[in-house]
Design a protein around this ligand. Structure first.
Ligand code: RFL
Ligand code: PHB
Length: 389
């Protein structure tokens, strides 16, 4: 088999890249380790920045997103029993769209089906070979049979636990990591959201987030121990704890119901450099992770996709490798700024084990500054709606 670009990983990064490249007349094959049903069963991101919305439009996969997504032009931040609002449109010319990653992925798979592009599911033993030569290939096993695809380029879109990053030799790679001493316990429930905008809450009992997917589907998170297990939490225990962490006026209007999904996500900041080795390009969670506070993971994956797509298009259309050569530095410049925002917002909102009274006072002072300062709100809004590409 031969194709132009092998995309390792059929998550949102890989699928969006595949769709954009198709529009530019570039052929791709996607290799995915799991089944399609498994990928579509994951509940993850919920907030899309303007950049990602624009890429979905450019890829021609925006119809359902536009019809069903909810435009949000502000968010609420709660602390000390009260809350304040950051208005995005007052400080920027952008909004965000609430539309689930699961739906984005579903739409991208449907679009891939429509164009008849090849996706191999449940592949095993993926190995990227000769990425530092002009003739890379990807070997894998499918249905018990060994396969090989020769290609011009490999896009490593296989997430944090994938093989692409580890293909780059250890002496070339530099990794930066911070693991936070807490996680997020999240539930999805078929109940109306408690508020029509997201509420990020700092409380003495730990962080909480009220989010949503649609008018009858709510997504809530509470900070938990990094070592906790979702099975330790009954729905009732979750709702009781959530109520204690949000302002009383909000808690009073919370509608509860059975959870339809419950899971714990660890919080991590991680970046690997460089994001390119020869003809292998890392994209999305394969190269970097942010803690979910501020909703930047999927959106940062999308900015990588943008730079890589532009580089590949320039290469195939004009025979010019300048965009590909600039890819790693360009993507990383934006990645680090997003890492900073996610790290800052996480530190501001969580109760770290052993947090001193002084550290707590610093959080409260910073929250009061954000509440009272239009300039601080402008900085928050610029980061939240997404830095320009
Ligand atoms: P993914 O989604 O992990 O997809 C990678 C795919 O590669 C496959 N794979 C392999 N395939 C072939 N061979 C191998 N050897 C392979 N190894 C792995 C995997 O099966 C998978 O299908 O990475 P991608 O595409 O880069 O997308 C990144 C996003 O998924 C991630 O950044 C976001 O979900 C993070 N995130 C959020 N991001 C936002 O922008 N906004 C949010 O509101 C938001 N909320 C969240 C989040 C992540 C969360 N969790 C669970 C970590 C909320 C949570 C709770
Ligand atoms: C979500 O709805 O899953 C969500 C929203 C905002 C975040 C993180 C997750 O910052």
């Amino acid at each position: 088999m031969r194709t132009q670009v092998v995309i390792v990983g059929g998550g949102p990064s890989g699928l969006l890249l595949g769709q954009l490249l198709h529009k530019a007349g570039i052929e791709t094959v996607v290799l995915e380790r799991k089944s399609r049903a498994y990928v579509l069963g994951r509940i993850r991101a919920g907030v899309l920045e303007r950049g990602l919305v624009g890429l979905m439009r450019e890829a021609g996969v925006d119809a359902r997103m536009t019809a069903e997504g909810y435009v949000h032009d502000g968010t609420l931040i709660a602390y000390d029993g009260d809350m304040f609002r950051v208005d995005f449109t007052k400080h920027t010319d952008a909004t965000v769209l609430v539309y689930g990653q699961t739906e984005v992925t579903r739409d991208l798979y449907a679009a891939r089906d429509d164009i008849g592009a090849k996706t191999h599911f449940e592949v095993e033993n993926v190995v990227i070979e000769d990425a530092d030569s002009d003739h890379p290939f990807v070997a894998f096993r499918e249905g018990g049979v060994d396969q090989r695809i020769d290609c011009d380029f490999v896009a490593g879109c296989d997430g944090f636990h994938g093989v692409s990053r580890k293909t780059i030799p250890a002496d070339v790679r530099r990794e930066y990591e911070k693991v936070y001493p807490f996680g997020w316990l999240g539930i999805l429930s078929e109940t109306p959201p408690v508020n029509d905008e997201l509420i990020y809450a700092n409380s003495d009992r730990g962080f909480a987030l009220c989010s949503m997917r649609n008018a009858n589907l709510s997504r809530y998170y509470i900070q938990c121990d990094a070592s906790d297990n979702a099975d330790n939490w009954s729905d009732e225990a979750f709702w009781t704890e959530l109520r204690k962490r949000i302002p009383a006026s909000v808690a009073d209007s919370l509608v509860t119901g059975p959870s339809i999904e419950k899971s714990i996500a660890p919080l991590r900041s991680f970046v690997t450099e460089p994001m390119r080795w020869g003809r292998l390009f890392l994209c999305g969670d394969a190269a970097h992770i942010v803690p979910p506070t501020g909703a930047k993971g999927l959106n940062t994956a999308a900015s990588d996709v943008h730079y890589l797509y532009q580089g590949l298009r320039q290469f195939y259309a004009e025979g010019d490798a300048a965009g590909l050569d600039a890819y790693s530095a360009q993507a990383l410049a934006r990645v680090w700024k997003t890492e900073r925002f996610s790290w800052w917002f996480s530190n501001l909102m969580h109760h770290a084990p052993g947090q001193s009274d002084f550290d707590k006072k610093m959080q409260l002072a910073e929250l009061a500054f954000l509440r009272d300062s239009p300039e601080a709100q402008a900085s928050f809004a610029l980061n939240y709606v997404g830095l320009p590409y």
